[in-house]
Every structure is written in structure tokens, then in C-alpha cells.
Ligand binder design. Structure first.
Ligand code: PAF
Length: 281
């Protein structure tokens, strides 16, 4: 496994690979890797000859400086995980390398940018799409892999790809859950034993909606899920909604391509998100 820290070194490593017509996959991460990330790398390995995993805690997507400061950075553990799953290249640039000077960035991500996570974390998706665009520029991947857990993030990245008319293919991989249902997340590390237990209400509420899903009962199902979460001590609900998977607007009949339930809540001091696709056509 090669560990690369500069844009120039990565470009010169990837140049001959691209000339040899080998497919390059990118798995962008902020480190603190878990089985969800490993699953992205494993799927990427099935689609491309060379897999690049980037580890970069991107400052421009943090709307709370304290959140950036306390973001976990278990580097040795990450390296061991990547080595073990056979990742080819790790790209680990410094902040200066990715942001050599001040940048004003704004692209039109459409109205969904300001809904749900976008409403709670204003500017977050400008930061996410900014760094993902930069990584795409450096790596020029044929395919890039993202987890469905950050459902809205994938939507915004797809929007950015279409805005710049990029040729990269975006693949969304399923959420990986712990045995008890908790969605894997780098932030789970911050949960104490009680929070960890309380956090289970999020996946339980999602499964409850999925198990009883009926297009005619959406408001009732949303209300039940909110009630379950709000009744759990130590959990502060931000939203639980069933929305159109493309617009993030409230689900209406006839529904579009996809209906998804999205939830965000603060569990103890840690903000968690999760989701579940309810219907697809
Ligand atoms: O999902 C993440 O870890 C980050 O938002 C991403 C896509 C790596 C951009 O910094």
C-alpha cells in the first residue's frame, strides 16, 4: 500500500495507471475508519483495478469548530485497516496541500441543499462538494464510492457532478449496521455506554416505519417514529421525515423514484444521522 501526501506525487503515481487504461476508483473518507468504509473499499475493488482511499478531515465542511477539533483521527488504526483490506493507495494530504490559499466557493446545489441536514448545518454541503471536487480533480477517478448513510451528501455530490458535467460515476453503497441495528459511523466512538444504548432508538424507529410501511399512512408513521425517539431519555430529535429521495421534499402521491425516511438526533453530545429507503420504483 502506498501512502501519498501531495497532489503532485499522487498525480505522477496515477498517470501511468491511467495511460495503461486501468480503472481507478476513489473512496473519499475523513478517516476514523470502520466496517462501513471497508465495505466501500471492497465494492470499489470489484469495480476497478486500482483503489485510492483519501483520508482528509476537511475543515470547510464543519459548521462547528468544536466538532472539527474533536473529530477522531486514529491514524495507526486506519492504516492497519486499509492495509488489511488491500487498499492500493492512501492519499493523506495536509490542509495546506488541499487549500493553498483562500477560496470563495459557491455552486448551485439546488433547493435540497438547505433542507434537513442543510438547514441544521448551513454551508456544510458547499464544503463537502468543494473537497470532493478537489479530490476528483486530483485523482480523476472513473468511479467514486460513498455510503448511503450520508444520504443527502450523496445527493449533493451527484448534483455537483452534474453541475460540472464530470464523467465520474457515483456509486452509493448500503449502510453497514452493528448487530443491534446501530448504523456504523465514525462518530459512534464518542458515545458512552448509555448513549450507545439510547442511540438504538433511531434504527428501531426506522425499522418500525419500514415494517409497517404503507403509502397511505405516512403522517401516522412519521408521528409514531418521532414519538418513539422523543420518549427516549438523552436523545434530542432534530427531524424524522419521510421524503422524496430526489428532492427531499415531503412524500406525496404519486411518489417519485424513491421514498426515504431520514432521521437526525443528538444522542448525549453526539449528533447522529441515519436513514432507510422505504420504496423504490
Ligand atoms: O463522508 C465523509 O466522510 C466526507 O463528507 C467526505 C465525503 C469524505 C468529504 O470530506
Amino acid at each position: 500500500m502506498k501512502v501519498i501526501n501531495t497532489v503532485a506525487a499522487l498525480k505522477s503515481l496515477l498517470g501511468p495507471i491511467r495511460s495503461a487504461q486501468q480503472k481507478i476508483a476513489l473512496v473519499p473518507t475523513m478517516g476514523a475508519l470502520h466496517k462501513g468504509h471497508v465495505s466501500l473499499i471492497e465494492v470499489a475493488q470489484q469495480h476497478a483495478e486500482v483503489v485510492v482511499c483519501s483520508i482528509f478531515v476537511n475543515p470547510t465542511q464543519f459548521t462547528d469548530p468544536k466538532d472539527l477539533e474533536k473529530y477522531p483521527r486514529p491514524l495507526e488504526h486506519d492504516m492497519a485497516m486499509l492495509e488489511q483490506c488491500g487498499c492500493d493507495i492512501v492519499f493523506m494530504p495536509s490542509v495546506k496541500e488541499m487549500y493553498p490559499g483562500p477560496e470563495n466557493w459557491h455552486i448551485d446545489l439546488g433547493p435540497a441543499e438547505f433542507l434537513l441536514e442543510g438547514e441544521f448545518r448551513r454551508g456544510h454541503y458547499q464544503g463537502v462538494t468543494q473537497i470532493v471536487k478537489k479530490l476528483f480533480d486530483v485523482v480523476s477517478p472513473d468511479i467514486a464510492f460513498f455510503g448511503q448513510k450520508d444520504f443527502q451528501q450523496v445527493l449533493m455530490i451527484q448534483q455537483m457532478v452534474s453541475y460540472f458535467n464530470l464523467s465520474v460515476q457515483i456509486i452509493t453503497c448500503p449502510i453497514i449496521r452493528e448487530e443491534d441495528g446501530l448504523a456504523m459511523s465514525s462518530r459512534n466512538i464518542h458515545l458512552n455506554a448509555q448513549d450507545r444504548q439510547n442511540a438504538l432508538v433511531l434504527s428501531r424507529a426506522l425499522y418500525n416505519v419500514k415494517d409497517h410501511f404503507d403509502l397511505g399512512r405516512i403522517p401516522e408513521l412519521e408521528a409514531k417514529a418521532r414519538q418513539m425517539i422523543e420518549a427516549t431519555q438523552g436523545v434530542k430529535l432534530d427531524y424524522f421525515v419521510i421524503v422524496d429521495g430526489l428532492t427531499l421534499e415531503p412524500a406525496e402521491l404519486p411518489y417519485g423514484k424513491q421514498l426515504v425516511a431520514l432521521v437526525a438526533a443528538k444522542v448525549g453530545e453526539t449528533r447522529l444521522i441515519d436513514n432507510m429507503i422505504l420504496a423504490e420504483q
